[in-house]
Design a protein around this ligand. Sequence first.
Ligand code: MOS
Length: 746
Amino acid sequence: MSETAPAHIRHGSSMGQPLTRRDGLLKVTGGARFAADNHPAGMLFAVMATSSIARGRITALDTDDARAHPGVVEVMTSGNTPKLARHPDATDEMFMYKLDLLQDDRIRYANQPIAVVIAETLEAATEGAALITPTYTAEPAHIGLDAAERFEPPAIGVGEPPNAGKGDVAAGLAGAEKQVTAVYETAAQYHNAMEPHAVVAAWDGDRLTLDTPSQGMSVAQARLAGLFGIDPANIHIRSPFLGGGFGSKGVLWAPQVLGVMAARLVDRPVKLVTRREQMFGPVGHRAETRQTLRLGADADGLLTALDHHTLTSSSTFDDFFEPSGGVSHTLYATPALATSYEAVRLDTGTPFFMRAPGEASGSVALESAVDEMADACGMDPLAFRLKNYAEVEPISGKPFSSKSLRACYEQGAEKFGWASRPLAPRQMRDEAGLLVGWGMGTASFPAIMFQAGARAVLHADGSALVELGAHDMGQGAWTALAQIAADGLGLDYERVEFRMGTSDLPNAGIAGGSSQTATSGAAIHNAGADVIAQLADIAMGDERSPLFGAGNAGVIARDGRLVRRDDESRGESYADILARAGRSGLEGKGQGAGNPADQEKYAMHAHGAVFAEVKVDPDLGQIRVTRLVGAFAAGRIINPRLVRSQYFGGMIWGVSFALHEHAVLDPRSGRTMNGNFAEYHVPVNADVPSLEAILVQEDDAHVNSLGIKGVGEIGITGTAGAVANAVWHATGVRVRKIPITLDKLL
Ligand code: MOS
């Protein structure tokens, strides 16, 4: 329990239940209104034209044909954009990135917006955009990690120092009985949520109403307020449903802001939806990496040193550096540890957070290297990990707030049947003659807390309203947060009206870093606690109440009643307490945030272990993942059905990471050659194997008030490495260039 929640609050029964999604019926019947489903009266359609070069200048932009096209109302170019209050390259706050908003003739990456065509119909806008005729002076593009000069990034991720470590790595390696040095490459991945970035923008004077999918409505408000010189309170964002976010909707990118500018220009509501191929450039991506891992182990198979160097890229104009080394700070005990970074600047859009940013790319390299070391030591990969996993976070020396990794290893291995795995590779075949391999990986993700606020209102009839500006990317926040709301108020789930997803509600911060359930959940729970505390004060101070004077014994809130803790037969309903006090209702407020004292004292992570089976065609090299078992410990589970689904989603992305996703950029033009869903491969149902996710019991008294850890991102970590290791075990071929495709096996 939290220090802020009074002792007389007791959890009810909604949390922990596998409830189905509140929004499920709306979703499956088409009743859920996503941003682009909105059509305010008088709305026009906008379509971006984007650059076909990656570096250079626009010397001429012929818009005559587009303007003359039937239905086209206006063409927005650098010559006629509404004046911005701030240059979009002026970025001085966290989570603020430079945007290409038609401010000049410079081209910094392929698919950069160069014009916006606004028309009466989507078809006319699309055709108009195709009629925009730019003339460029192109400069050679720098594409690929060897295409530009390396430098040490000043910070990685969100302001973390690039170099970290402890002990003497050189000595640890020199004195090691076994050494592994290996270079792993991971491919660039481009954000492709099912729902592309979209906006429906309507201005009314200096007031702006937006329908746009957002993982951070207050972040978006602040960005727009700065760009347009208006009060953030005058920006109303509606974002009730997202068709996936994955980090990319944590900030506004150029397409959404261009939609807002277009609406300003024509003084009518405008809808702008990013076309699928336009996702490859302006909306963030996971940068490619080349990671060099050096491990040493002694004769007993204990690690003596771990060195993790990452080479990655940012854009030529902004800073985001994929923090791949972070997992090496967390997972394995070693007396000597170093992580370091170099980067190059490429003619691409700026890389960004993509689900498990750093942890995913770093984990596949680390878990592969650990597997190679286990092999060098002649040890089973699970036995090696059980010997070397960290009980105390190696980098900080802090104990983990709750440590269930061993249970994850054991329960996952048991379920998978790992014990019968032959040590050597290429030993197993199925009845059809396919090579069979088993591999594993360790999963980990930090338990992050941001800040959130929430409001709870108890009505005279004993029902309640709970609301906050939280976000549902598809993960089930509508349901999980409502479960917390019900328990916080001691009410049945059905008696609580729950609202979220608009910016006029209390600021819930960001749905990112797998932090929302914990952070918003704490705010919601505290808001409920505030209501109950007020209600208890009223009752206990009223001599007509059966609770009069219960102060020392305390009261329990349950099923819409307060009862004495020492005599549960004495109590009364919320409605009766309010009625006697002549109150029409009560309002409570709550905040959610981490506890700095505990954060100072403990390392906070969710953990897991993933086991994979693959089958590989010995002649053709075709790889299929046939079985995945993940065991994860992530504190209190609010809704096991939704949590399992989150793990599955992460594990599927792990398969995608290991075997499928790879944006191929043409080094001559800088253009993405597979910028579409036909050629940018993600797993389809036929690629997804039998999945099992074990929810390992974990009670964490320190991580936050409700003991919740995030479950959205951890599933990718461990999985990609497990698949890569299984491919090695099937074939004896160690592919260090991810994704592993059949050509690399032949
Ligand atoms: Mo996530 S990459 O914080 O949505």
